[in-house]
Design a protein around this ligand. Structure first.
Ligand SMILES: Cc1cc2nc3c(=O)[nH]c(=O)nc-3n(C[C@H](O)[C@H](O)[C@H](O)COP(=O)(O)O)c2cc1C
Ligand SMILES: O=C(O)C(=O)c1ccccc1
Length: 376
C-alpha cells in the first residue's frame, strides 16, 4: 500500500474513534489560535507590514494548475530524493523556526524528533529555545541555521559546535539584515516579551558567556543575530569556517543565486521568509523558475514560503525545487500536540502530496516536470 492510502486509512480509523480530526491547514491554524495567547499566535502567524507578501505566497500557487495524465499505472510510487549524499524518503523538511518553547514546552526537541521519525531534514534555528547539542540527540544529522550576527567569534563557535555535534549542513539566512517592520506584532508589543525563548544556543556557548556574561540582554541578542552591514565578506567568512555543505536561505533574485554559487554555496533555498520581513516582496514561487533556470544542475534549489497542501508541493517541485520546507503549519502541529502534532501534520501533507502525484499520473519525482503544469 502506498504512503498516501496508508495514512488515509489510519486517519479514518482514528476519526471513527475520536469523532474529531484536524485535517485542513485552516483547522490546525484555528486550533492553534484557540490554544495560544494572542501575542504568541500573532508572532507565529503574522508577517511584515500589512501581510501582503503572506497573501502573495498563497495566491501564487493558484496561478498554476496541474494537467493530469491517465492510464499510467501509478500503484508503486517513490517520493524519495537524493540530496547532499543522503536519500530522504520525502522531498519535505522542517524550516528553521526560532523560539519554539513559546509554543510547546519540548520546543525544537519535539519537532526534531518528529522529523527524525519521518526521516526528513530538520533545520534548527540559531535562535532556538533548546541548544544545538540537545537537538542533535533528537535528530542526528540535522542542519544548523545561522543569522549573520555582528560577532564573528560567536558565529565561529556555533559552527564548530554544530560540526562537533554531528550536524550535516549549515544554513545561513541572508534575507534579514535586521528585523522587518511587523505591524501586527508591534501593536501587540510582541518583541520584548518573547526574547528569552530564543537563548538555547547562546546561554550554552562558552564564547558568549566569556565575552558578554549572563544574563543576556535584548540588545546583546540583537547584536549577535542581526548585521545591517551584511555583505559578501560575511558569506565568505562562514564559507571559510567549515567543509560542511552551506545551504543559503532567502534568495529571490537569479543574479544573487549566480553570485552565491561563485562564492561556494552548495544549495539554495528560495524563500521570502514566509512574508515575515519584507512586505511587498515577490511571492517565493514566482521567483523560483528564474533561479532554477540560472542554477541548472549545478547545485540543488530548494523552496519554502506558503506551502499548505499537497498540490502546493507538487507545483513547487514541478517548477524545479528539489525539496520544500514547511514553516508555520508544523509549528501549529507542535502547539497542539507536541511531537505527535508536528508529525501528524507532516504525515497528512505527505499523504496528500503522494495521492496527488498518483492522481496526476506520476510515479516519482523525476517525472514531476514543468510540463505537468499550466499557467493561468
Ligand atoms: C515563528 C517563526 C519563526 C521563524 N524563525 C526563523 C528563523 O529563526 N530563521 C529563519 O531563517 N527563518 C525563520 N522563520 C521562517 C521559516 O524558516 C520559513 O522561511 C517560513 O516560515 C516559510 O513560510 P511558511 O510559514 O509559509 O511555510 C520563522 C518562521 C516562523 C513562523
Ligand atoms: O521570526 C522570524 O521570522 C525570525 O526570523 C526570527 C528572528 C529572530 C529571532 C527569532 C526568529
Amino acid at each position: 500500500m502506498n504512503f498516501g492510502s496508508y495514512i488515509q486509512t489510519a486517519r479514518i480509523r482514528e476519526c471513527n474513534q475520536t469523532r474529531r480530526m484536524l485535517i485542513t491547514f485552516e483547522q490546525w491554524e484555528q486550533e492553534a489560535r484557540r490554544l495560544l495567547d494572542p501575542r504568541s499566535f500573532s508572532y507565529a502567524s503574522s508577517g511584515a507590514g500589512e501581510g501582503t507578501t503572506i497573501r502573495a505566497n498563497q495566491e501564487s500557487f493558484q496561478r498554476w494548475r496541474i494537467v493530469p495524465r491517465v492510464l499510467r499505472d501509478v500503484a508503486d510510487r517513490d517520493l524519495s530524493v537524493r540530496l547532499f549524499g543522503k536519500t530522504f524518503p520525502f522531498p519535505i523538511g522542517f524550516a528553521p523556526i526560532g523560539r519554539q518553547a513559546m509554543f510547546h514546552e519540548m520546543g525544537e526537541v519535539a519537532s526534531a524528533r518528529a522529523a527524525a521519525i519521518l526521516g526528513i531534514p530538520f533545520i534548527q534555528s540559531m535562535v532556538s529555545s533548546y541548544s544545538l547539542e540537545q537537538v542533535a540527540v533528537a535528530h542526528p544529522g540535522s542542519w544548523f541555521h545561522l543569522f549573520i550576527g555582528q560577532d564573528r567569534d560567536v558565529l565561529k563557535s556555533l559552527v564548530l559546535r554544530a560540526e562537533r555535534a554531528g550536524f550535516s549542513a549549515i544554513v545561513p539566512t541572508l534575507d534579514r539584515p535586521e528585523e522587518g517592520w511587523r505591524a501586527q506584532n508591534l501593536s501587540l508589543c510582541v518583541s520584548p516579551f518573547m526574547f528569552h525563548y530564543g537563548l538555547g544556543n547562546f546561554i550554552s556557548d562558552p564564547i558568549v558567556k566569556q565575552k558578554y556574561g549572563l544574563p543576556l540582554t535584548p540588545q546583546t541578542m540583537r547584536y549577535l543575530t542581526s548585521e545591517p552591514h551584511i555583505s559578501v565578506e560575511d558569506f565568505r567568512y562562514i564559507r571559510s569556517l567549515t567543509k560542511l555543505p552551506i545551504i543559503v536561505k532567502g534568495v529571490l533574485h537569479s543574479e544573487d543565486a549566480k553570485m552565491l554559487i561563485n562564492y561556494g554555496a552548495d544549495g539554495i533555498i528560495v524563500s521570502n521568509h514566509g512574508g515575515r520581513h519584507l512586505d511587498g516582496a515577490i511571492a517565493a514561487l514566482d521567483a523560483l523558475p528564474s533561479i532554477v533556470d540560472v542554477v541548472g544542475a549545478r547545485i540543488p534549489v530548494m523552496f519554502d514560503s506558503g506551502i499548505r497542501y499537497g498540490a502546493d508541493i507538487f507545483k513547487a517541485l514541478a517548477l524545479g525545487a528539489k525539496m520544500i520546507f514547511i514553516g508555520r503549519p508544523y509549528l501549529y502541529g507542535l502547539t497542539i500536540a507536541g511531537e505527535t502534532g508536528a508529525r501528524h501534520f507532516m504525515e497528512n501533507l505527505v499523504a496528500d502530496f503522494d495521492l496527488n502525484l498518483g492522481m496526476a499520473g506520476l510515479k516519482n519525482l523525476s517525472e514531476l516536470l514543468p510540463s505537468t503544469l499550466s499557467k493561468q
